[in-house]
Design a protein around this ligand. Sequence first.
Ligand code: CUA
Length: 164
Amino acid sequence: MHVDKLEKLWIYIIGFIIAGMLASIFYTAFAVSVHPPSNVETINSQRLHLTEEFAEDNLGVTNNPDGSITVRMVAGRYGFYPQQIEVPAKTPIKFRFATPDVLHGLHIPKTNVDTMVIPGFVSEVNTELQHTGDLPLFCNEYCGLGHHYMWSRVKVVDKSAYHK
Ligand code: CUA
């Protein structure tokens, strides 16, 4: 079968592009831990403030006995609660988010923390923050007029300086 030279060239170029895309997907999945959020856990959003886990007193950072961290936050129009959290660097962190109202997005730039927060569900993201400093956590799903003001601060401190 005769294949035109130029056509052959484009077959190679396209093959190369597809291989590059697949390689980047596998690389980010296995080496950088970028996964689609797959935690399916339901919650009654209308009674969120009354549930034990997302009651006001229970929000924020919990230090687990094994040294890992669990962060519980509520994403509601128009803010994340609590407004600021402090976590240690280079420590396994499990973020758990829920919303009492509408769909929100949740993004910490340059990390794998990027998920939707859907009414009726708990969103869970596991991460480890490598660098100290302040990181913004903001909403990246349009949720209403105050969407642009919806953000929170994550203070990442050195592991040795972290005391609670
Ligand atoms: Cu919440 Cu946009």
